[in-house]
Design a protein around this ligand. Structure first.
Ligand code: VGL
Ligand code: ZN
Length: 204
């Protein structure tokens, strides 16, 4: 069984959003086509309380993209984004949603950031995604969405370590720091994952 995992296709990561990823909107038509190819489609939402420690507004005197220590770990300070139940946290209205069977939310603990769809960054809590996928007989997991160098990357690493045959669909991903994406690709390949194009699945 194969599944398509859509990472954080939320308004705040798209044009006009508070943490807009350059070119982010371009993944949506690709993802909408990809969904027709899969029997199982699931999605994630970044879903932060307003008090979240990754928000620059909760660190007076600091600037966006500063790196600070939180609980002994380095933390990038992000513009406030994906506040629980806000419009910015909603899945894009341009995203086809009728095939999405389940949505897993992450980043709800105000103290800990959560890039992966599977675990928070300190691995204290599971979202339940791995057990959900195993329960549905999923062996191969295809990942698309935003951002390639954060939530897609961390989700792919955890998917590999959870034993899924893991593919990042490169043309269905955009990154916060696009110049860092080649290192993401290299690491995912090194760990035993795969990086493909949507045309490898859909043809041209
Ligand atoms: C993400 C930064 C902060 C992501 C989430 O979805 O990649 N990036 N929160
Ligand atoms: Zn976030």
């Amino acid at each position: 069984m194969e599944a398509l995992l859509l990472i954080d296709v939320q308004n705040d990561f798209l044009g006009g959003g508070s943490l807009a990823v350059v070119g982010g909107d371009e993944v949506i038509p690709v993802i909408n086509k990809l969904q027709e190819h899969f029997q199982l489609v699931i999605a994630t939402q970044d879903w932060h309380p307003i008090s979240h420690k990754s928000f620059v507004s909760n660190h007076p005197g600091k600037s966006v993209y500063d790196v600070i220590e939180v609980r002994g770990k380095s933390q990038i300070l992000w513009p406030d984004h994906c506040v629980q139940a806000s419009d910015g946290a909603s899945l894009s209205g341009k995203l086809s949603q009728h095939r999405i069977e389940a949505v897993f939310r992450k980043g709800t603990n105000p103290e800990i950031d959560s890039y992966s769809a599977f675990y928070d960054n300190e691995r204290l809590k599971s979202t339940g995604l791995a057990d959900f996928l195993r329960g549905r007989g999923v062996k191969r997991l295809y990942i698309a969405g935003l951002a390639g160098d954060f939530c897609v990357y961390y989700s792919a690493k955890d998917a590999i370590s959870e034993g899924f045959v893991t593919y990042i669909i490169e043309d269905a991903v955009r990154s916060v720091y696009p110049e860092k994406f080649p290192a993401v690709v290299a690491d995912v390949l090194k760990q035993g994952g795969f990086v493909i194009d949507s045309t490898d699945l859909l043809g041209t």
